[in-house]
Design a binder for this molecule. Structure first.
Ligand SMILES: *Cc1c(COP(=O)(O)O)cnc(C)c1O
Length: 411
């Protein structure tokens, strides 16, 4: 192996005792027995607590923190997150149901996403959550459905900004987009909201995802505040909510380092007095998914076969891209790179080898680790993929090849 090659950031959030990974105070071997099957995802509540506490320490205290449920909608995780954050963001009726079941105040739930169907909008209006409007057509539908119910829908405008979050893994704003209303069309939309019987809340401006560069996030925040202050001049009512999105990234790949929150927090502190002065009723919200839950989760699969093909070692596991599409490199990555992976029950091991970890699917895409240096593993060993708490199971094609379902536990 070339020593100059970038390595993965050390995954020190899970302790290693007697060469075995521990999750939530339980050894991986014991946890696998407790779950009763492999493969499974495990999420650590203590790490969720610590992550929210870290953000609360850094971010200005007047900023509200919301959890974007789509990152990990497991009901137990959502309930736990609901006890830590100030609100939830949902993107479907299914997620809305999980959020309401968790006991979250509907006033602290917002519902974003293109293509919301009438039954979803009807449910959102009946529940009293804030609907982030994604288009002029959706605005008319919401107003009509509200009228039919005799309720005044709470709405905010999701803005497709006139800028992009630079070097973001997945770009969600700037240029023509299915998300939000183009910034230049927002004044007309605001006039229309004023004509209809709607409870206007404010703006939602979300520029992108998985960003590890503070300068890029600072630049996006600067432009978001500038845009929001400009748009607010046409608002039909005082702006009560300004959701500035999220986009905070976590280190996945060799060479990635954790996001430095300090300059981001300092820039937010700098903006708040001006924002408060111009929008006296405003509550600023940051909504995060991946950053809150991503590092608290692991995916665990069991080695069912090992083979050597033309000198190359393969560990064949019972898990793969049908449970963890992102780790296989097929969920938004341009060039495939390895997630951090270890043999969880022999982290250092007695012998090391370079091996590839593959799944049981009949496709070369079913690759969890490509030629990584690992402890030499045997059949029955447990392969662990770190950084798997977000966009894991529910972002994967779990029915592909009809293998058994994956388990999930919150420890
Ligand atoms: C997906 C999404 C998020 C969460 O993004 P992360 O990168 O997971 O933090 C936040 N807000 C909206 C509107 C989203 O669609």
């Amino acid at each position: 192996m070339n020593a100059a090659r970038p390595s993965h950031w050390p995954m020190s959030q899970f302790p290693v005792i007697d060469d075995c990974l521990h999750i939530g105070g339980i050894s991986l071997i014991q946890l696998a027995a407790r779950v009763g099957q492999t493969p499974f995802y495990a999420y650590d509540r203590r790490l969720l607590d610590e992550r929210v506490a870290l953000l609360r320490d850094w971010l200005p205290s007047v900023i509200e923190l919301h959890y974007a449920v789509k990152a990990n909608p497991m009901p137990a995780v959502v309930r736990h997150m609901a006890s830590l954050v100030d609100g939830l963001d949902v993107a479907s009726l299914g997620e809305l149901t999980v959020a309401l079941d968790a006991g979250v105040d509907p006033a602290e739930i917002s519902f974003a996403g293109p293509g919301k169907r009438p039954p979803e909008l009807t449910a959102a209006i009946a529940a009293g959550v804030t609907i982030n409007l994604e288009s002029a057509g959706e605005l008319e539908t919401v107003a009509r459905l509200g009228h039919e119910q005799g309720r005044q829908p709470r709405v905010a405008v999701r803005v497709n900004p006139d800028f992009e979050l630079k070097t973001s893994g997945m770009k969600m704003g700037g240029g023509p987009k299915p998300f939000g209303v183009d910034a230049e069309q927002v004044p007309a939309l605001l006039r229309r909201i004023g004509e209809l019987d709607l409870d206007f809340q404010g703006f939602h401006i979300f520029g992108g995802s998985q960003n590890l560069r503070p300068e890029a996030l600072i630049d996006a925040h600067d432009r978001t505040f500038e845009l929001a202050l400009r748009l607010a001049m046409d608002a039909p009512a005082p702006v009560r909510t300004l959701n500035i999105g999220g986009g905070f990234g976590i280190p996945y790949f060799p060479g990635d380092a954790p996001l430095d929150l300090e300059p981001i927090a300092a820039n937010l502190e700098r903006w708040l007095p001006q924002v408060k002065e111009q929008l006296t009723a405003v509550q600023v919200v940051i909504e995060l998914g991946r950053y809150l839950v991503g590092e608290a989760g692991i995916y665990v699969a069991e080695v069912v076969d090992r083979k050597v093909s033309r000198g190359h070692a393969f560990l064949v596991t019972n898990g793969g891209l049908h449970h963890h599409l992102a780790a296989s490199g097929n969920f938004g990555q341009v060039v495939r790179k390895n997630y951090p992976v270890v043999v969880g029950n022999r982290v250092v091991g007695t012998e090391r080898e370079v091996a590839s970890v593959v799944g049981p699917l009949c496709t070369p895409l079913d690759l969890l680790a490509d030629r990584m240096e690992l402890a030499k593993a045997e059949v029955g060993d447990l392969i662990v993929v770190f950084q798997s708490g977000a966009y894991g199971l529910t972002a994967s094609p779990s029915r592909f090849l009809s293998h058994p379902a994956c388990a999930e536990v919150l420890v």
